[in-house]
Design a protein around this ligand. Structure first.
Ligand code: 5AD
Ligand code: SF4
Length: 488
């Protein structure tokens, strides 16, 4: 059998080329264009998936979840239907995450499993996309060792999926298309939303911050903001369709507009989106460096902008923050934190923290614990540093033993959990608005939803409350969730 590999790179036409992290690092001043007719499904392609079932498995962040919603809609435009399980699918797409080593391992484990399924079902097609597909060493490994994978496409190639699938179906060999450079913002990609009440809305792609540990600026390309008119129109349509909540999505949403406008910022966008009348407006993720007073003014002014902010700290040590390239100090972070707490009543704040960054001493770690003690976060996502090939931090000297890093993570988590439980306990006896989304995972006789402050609540209420924002009296606090009952 002949294995043929076609790697197309946009900037150089159809020349064979592997994804290239160094190339992905390049930034140009060229303004990104908006394209409204790049996604094309011809009549022939509309029938390609007829009688076939797909399954999309998503790893990683909300950006990937929303990309999967796009991928599902594209497949349905091609006649595919969604399978109930991976086992019954004719096409499995793994939408991958490259942020840490364990995400990598999970994907390769899954590819190994699918390879076996292919032995019993030779017609099964396997595709890999997402951030791992942007990494050259991953694609090389797939080409060498995982020939069961039929198709690899990058984060900038989603709109081209119909044509890629057609090529992959026609030939016996791997089809690989990964653009290293980001290209334009494409506006006509469809979406099949997973949740009937809450929707993701992209406002910005990529990241130019280049924190030294992070692979995202390489896998997602340079910061590109969507034009405001497209965002506002999308939200207006969602309101009309009955959605109650939207989350504005981006790797660094606070930098919205900087690449596109001279005088239109995230603060302006928050105001304009708020005025569409959407009941609940959220946004992720915020880099503290770009968080302006103008944004705080808007969150404080408009009731439909939720009092919930995810504000990644990463480290509480100035020395480590500098090595991470985070552009703020412990002091300036705390200043912003306290300003948010003062200006936005009942605001809940969550964070991300990395322990065991190269060279982190016990002293540095203690500084992180100090910030956690001062901020008493509603919750925190905590990670052990994971070196990512191609990033500056992966080359830094790292002599802290893994066991020591695990101990630090354990100590940090104990503290984080303590504050999470304490903040939740303050809700007991209070009545708060909850958007009821569905049946509770814990108890089929209960429903579940989220407060305005993004707390998960299991509610004693009838299923008729699903799809509504209802007042709920909190009766019990746990570390990661609340219990309550409807008071109507
Ligand atoms: N190692 C560990 N954690 C990381 N994150 C990003 N890159 C790495 C890495 N190399 C964490 C950061 C970020 C979150 C999404 O993932 O805390 O905010
Ligand atoms: Fe990664 Fe830093 Fe950009 Fe966040 S702001 S995506 S951590 S480089």
């Amino acid at each position: 059998m002949v294995w043929k590999c076609v790697i197309i790179h946009k900037e150089v036409g159809d020349k064979m080329k592997l994804p290239n992290l160094m190339e992905a690092k390049k930034r140009t001043n060229e303004k990104v264009k908006t394209k409204t007719n790049e996604y094309i499904v011809t009549h022939e392609l509309q029938h390609l998936g007829e009688g076939l079932f797909y399954y999309v498995k998503t790893y990683g962040c909300q950006m990937n979840e929303h990309d999967s919603e796009n991928i599902k809609a594209i497949l349905e435009d091609m006649g595919y239907k969604e399978a109930n399980s991976m086992e019954t699918a004719d096409l499995v797409i793994l939408n991958t995450c490259a942020i840490r080593e364990n995400a990598h391992n999970k994907v390769f484990g899954m590819i190994g499993r699918l390879k076996h399924s292919k032995e019993t079902n030779p017609n099964l097609m396997i595709a890999v996309c997402g951030c791992m597909a942007q990494e050259e060493h991953v694609v090389e490994e797939i080409m060498k060792k995982y020939k069961a994978v039929d198709l690899v496409f990058g984060t900038h190639n989603i709109y081209h999926l119909p044509q890629l699938l057609q090529k992959a179906l026609e030939k016996k060999g791997q089809e690989i298309e990964v653009y290293s450079m980001e290209g334009d913002v494409i506006e006509n990609i469809p979406t099949k939303r997973d949740n009937p009440y809450k929707a993701w809305v992209n406002i910005q792609y990529g990241c130019d911050k280049f924190c030294t540990y992070c692979i995202v600026p390489y896998t997602r390309g340079k910061q590109r903001s969507r034009e405001k008119e497209y965002i506002i129109d999308e939200v207006k349509q969602l309101v009309e369709d009955g959605y109650l909540e939207i989350t504005l999505l981006g790797q660094n949403v606070n930098a919205y507009g900087k690449d596109l406008y001279d005088d239109y910022t995230m603060a302006n966008l928050l105001e304009d989106v708020s005025k569409t009348g959407i009941k609940r407006l959220r946004f992720v993720t915020s880099h503290p460096w770009d968080f302006t007073d103008g944004m705080i003014d808007m969150i404080a002014k408009y009731d439909n902008i939720m009092p919930y902010i995810h504000l990644p700290l990463q480290s509480g040590s100035d020395r480590i923050l500098k090595l991470m390239g985070r552009r703020y100090t412990k002091e300036s972070y705390l200043e912003l934190y306290h300003k948010l707490k003062e200006r936005i009543p009942n605001c809940s704040i969550t964070t991300d923290i990395i322990v065991g960054f190269p060279g982190e001493t016990e002293e540095d770690f203690k500084d992180t614990l100090e910030v956690v003690k001062e901020c008493k976060y509603d919750s925190a996502y905590t990670f052990i540093f994971s070196p990512r090939i191609g990033t500056p931090a992966a080359k830094m000297k790292d002599d802290t033993p893994l066991e020591e890093k695990e101990n630090r993570l354990y100590e940090l988590n104990e503290l984080v959990n303590q504050y999470a439980k304490e903040t939740n306990e303050r809700y007991v006896g209070k009545t708060v608005p909850v958007l009821i989304e569905g049946i509770s995972g814990n108890n089929k006789n209960m429903v579940m939803g989220y407060t305005d402050t993004q707390k998960l609540v299991n509610v004693n209420a009838s299923r008729e409350t699903i799809g509504r924002i209802v007042p709920v009296k909190i009766t019990e606090a746990r570390t990661w969730s609340l219990n309550g009952e409807v008071v109507e």
